[in-house]
Design a protein around this ligand. Structure first.
Ligand code: G3P
Length: 217
């Protein structure tokens, strides 16, 4: 499973990239606003930190203006994925861009039928929002399970990119369902490393080792 960082915080991205376990980054207008930085400047910096896909989102709602914005964003770097909303104009833009060889991430997906449309539009990634589903009392993982079944039934090349991730259980369940990618806030990625028995076990090993008075090398 690929791990993307869901943030425009370049310090956090650098720290995560240093683990060698981050395969890309996703941003959105809210994350750009939170960074307090210029979208082109911060996105270019992010594209320099990670080699994998970096999603940059258009903010227009009509196809023609989306195409103009996509033209600006895709010039930032070769690893840019254009993020478009799951609307009629968003999927028209997705089809045009992917036919042209540009990576496209279709965002704000909340139904399997929406994901089916994005698959037919040739999207590189589909981003179903599991956390926002959970927020309104639906089990967001059912959406991932349905999309996985449909995409496998018709051999769609679109990768399932689990988004709006809130906690490590979203990652566990997504991996068990065979999702291709998960994008997570930095704190969730770091929580994946943690287990109290790992920490206490290491502490015990190190205290026992200290008693030996030895060093390695
Ligand atoms: O980047 C899209 C998505 O992951 C945002 O999720 O619900 O945490 O704002 P949320």
């Amino acid at each position: 499973m690929k791990f993307f960082a869901d943030t425009a915080d370049t310090d956090a991205i650098r720290e995560l990239a240093a683990t060698g376990l981050v395969d890309g980054v996703t941003t959105n207008p809210s994350l750009i606003q939170k960074s307090g930085r210029d979208i082109l400047e911060v996105t270019k910096e992010i594209c320099g930190i990670v080699d994998g896909p970096v999603s940059a989102e258009v903010v227009a709602t009509d196809h023609e203006t989306m195409m103009k914005e996509a033209e600006v964003l895709r010039k930032i770097a070769d690893n840019i994925a254009i993020k478009v909303p799951l609307t009629v104009d968003g999927l028209k833009t997705c089809k045009k861009l992917t036919d042209d060889g540009t990576m496209v991430n279709v965002t704000l997906c909340f139904t399997a039928n929406q994901a089916l449309l994005a698959g037919k539009a040739g999207a590189s990634f589909i981003s179903p929002f599991v956390g926002r589903h959970d927020d309104i009392g639906y089990d967001g993982m059912n959406l991932i399970s349905d999309i996985r079944l449909i995409y496998d039934n018709y051999d769609f090349r679109t990768e399932i990119l689990v988004a709006s991730v809130r906690h490590p259980i979203h990652i566990l369940e997504s991996a068990k369902l065979g999702a291709d990618v998960a994008t997570m806030p930095p704190d969730v990625i770091l929580k994946l490393f943690n287990h109290p028995l790992t920490a206490s076990g290491l502490e015990a090993f190190l205290s026992d080792w200290e008693k030996t008075g030895q060093t390695i090398g």
